[in-house]
Design a protein around this ligand. Structure first.
Ligand SMILES: [Fe+2]
Ligand SMILES: [Fe+2]
Length: 133
């Protein structure tokens, strides 16, 4: 077992709290985006919320990967790959957002309603179970 996993175990509840807090922040920004789109907010505001949501999510992936460390546990290696794939999708969407296209925000909303929520609720929960063991 590598050192980072040991650190996670010793501080398991603490890291769990950090991850939970970050998930709440992502979910809050996701709902902010939904509200802005439904209310027909300014494009500037919609783009700002979208950019925040992407950055918060990327930072969250970094936190999880620090917890995973250099583990060779198959499911943790697979989890890192899931992040890589999710980041590719987020990058593709952020091109439209950088070009100030409303469609980018709509795509981001769809992505969070489906794939990203599944990742946070199901795939991350599994990762946390493995790290806490
Ligand atoms: Fe997570
Ligand atoms: Fe994750």
């Amino acid at each position: 077992m590598n050192q980072q996993l040991n650190v996670y175990q010793r501080n398991g509840s603490k890291l769990g709290e950090i991850v939970d807090r970050q998930h709440l922040q992502i979910k809050r920004e996701h709902e902010d985006l939904r509200k802005a789109l439904l209310e027909g907010a300014d494009l500037d505001r919609i783009l700002e919320i979208s950019t925040d949501l992407i950055l918060t999510t990327l930072l969250h992936f970094e936190s999880e990967e620090r917890a995973i460390g250099d583990s060779v546990h198959g499911k943790l290696v697979a989890h890192r790959q899931l992040h890589t794939d999710l980041i590719e999708s987020l990058k593709a969407i952020s091109i439209d957002i950088e070009h100030r296209k409303l469609n980018g925000a709509l795509e981001l909303m769809k992505f969070f309603d489906g794939r990203l929520t599944y990742h946070l609720d199901v795939e991350d929960a599994e990762m946390e179970r493995i790290l806490a063991n």
